[in-house]
Design a protein around this ligand. Structure first.
Ligand SMILES: Nc1ncnc2c1ncn2[C@@H]1O[C@H](COP(=O)(O)OP(=O)(O)OP(=O)(O)O)[C@@H](O)[C@H]1O
Length: 349
């Protein structure tokens, strides 16, 4: 278990503030947040590359806050692979073993196991410059894993790869995590990578953690306007609330049963705002609106609607849009479930 407790780091133009995180053995923990929020800095402080000013970092109960990086037992893989260009793949992978007290036969067996697992056994004598991006990332993973780190830190490990390689390395990370049980901490900008790989997530904003927990829970129950917007709830509507009825600046919206604050914000994902199809009457909320504009995104369309003065954004299937000749100016009936409307108290950030 890695525990960061009330960690502070002060740099000339940026600071990490009161970072408290628990990463359990075997977790695949994702750190997400806008660019410049401090995600990579958290990895660097865990690694020991930057001195923390206050707070502690412990690994399996041992305080490692002041230990040098090589004594912490943590590995890292970077987005740009960071391989030594003048060394062969074999020497790159074995590089760190010289600084650790490891039995040579054990290292050789582990090397054999890892290069087979990672599909790079045939590349051992090649130089990194001759490798594809996916191959380089496999070598970087082998180099980190050969030291049997207590946890592997991954700083945007997939973002330099093209979409096909990305899927390959993503599967590989999942299989390493599942088969070796390695604890992983990954900085990512991709929600699909987070959903595919991680069980826990923390969201950072301006050097502070604003929400953390199980991935599904954080994405389903944001605790503030910021996190709601960040996790993709693009419709954030001011409302006054009485019982389970919210009055927005446009139409009224039926909320799930429960205790709601008198005022606040409603957050709805664009994919939960559905075109009303014939015979479907299960939605608690059915409204009519006009499409104001649309953006073709490949497999789907972003659709903006004016619903009695309220601006809503939806994501609709490309086939539905084309089959129904939808275009700006078309009147449409829409529906959404009450339980898809998330209520955020007024005083949240
Ligand atoms: N060694 C350093 N010295 C001074 N400032 C730094 C240092 N490293 C990072 N910063 C600053 O700290 C802030 C946070 O950087 P960090 O790299 O952690 O952001 P991030 O959330 O990982 O962003 P991104 O998603 O763009 O990679 C940035 O403003 C950055 O310029």
């Amino acid at each position: 278990m890695i525990h960061l407790s009330h960690l502070y780091l002060t740099l000339p133009d940026f600071s990490l503030k009161d970072i408290t995180l628990t990463i359990d053995q075997g977790d695949f923990f994702a750190l997400i947040g806008p660019t410049g929020a401090g995600k990579s800095l958290i990895l660097e402080t865990m690694l020991g590359m930057l001195p923390v000013h206050r707070g502690t970092i412990s690994l399996n109960g041992t305080d490692i806050t002041r230990l040098p990086p090589e004594k912490r037992g943590l590995g890292i893989v970077y987005q740009d692979f960071a391989l030594f260009p003048h060394l062969s793949v074999r020497k790159n992978i074995l590089y760190g073993t010289a600084f650790h007290d490891l039995a040579p036969h054990k290292v050789e067996n582990h090397l054999k196991f890892l290069v087979e697992k990672l599909g790079i056994a045939h590349l051992l004598d090649r130089k990194p410059t001759t490798l594809s991006g996916g191959e380089k990332q496999r070598v970087a993973l082998a180099r980190a894993l050969i030291l049997e780190p207590a946890a592997l830190l991954l700083d945007e490990p997939l973002s330099a790869l093209d979409p096909v390689l990305r899927e390959e390395i993503k599967d590989l990370l999942r299989s390493i995590h599942r088969d070796l049980g390695t604890t992983m901490v990954m900085v990512s900008h991709s929600f699909s990578d987070v959903f595919y790989l991680a069980n826990k997530v923390a969201i950072l904003k301006d050097g502070s953690i604003v929400q953390q927990g199980e991935v599904e829970q954080v994405f389903d129950q944001p605790n503030s306007r910021f996190t709601a917007g960040f996790v993709g709830m693009r419709n954030i509507l001011e409302a006054t609330i009485e019982d389970n009825r919210a009055q927005t600046r446009g139409p009224a919206v039926i909320l799930p049963a429960g205790n709601h604050p008198a005022g606040g914000f409603l957050a709805i994902r664009p994919e939960d705002i559905c075109p009303l199809r014939a015979g479907h009457n299960g939605f608690e909320n059915t409204l009519s609106g006009t499409i104001t504009h649309m953006a073709h995104q490949g497999f789907y369309f972003d659709v903006w609607l004016d619903v009695a003065g309220l601006r809503l954004q939806a994501v609709w299937d490309k086939h539905f849009v084309l089959e129904h000749d939808l275009e700006p100016g078309t009147r449409v009936d829409i529906g959404f479930y009450a339980h898809k409307v998330h209520v955020l108290p007024e005083n949240t950030g």
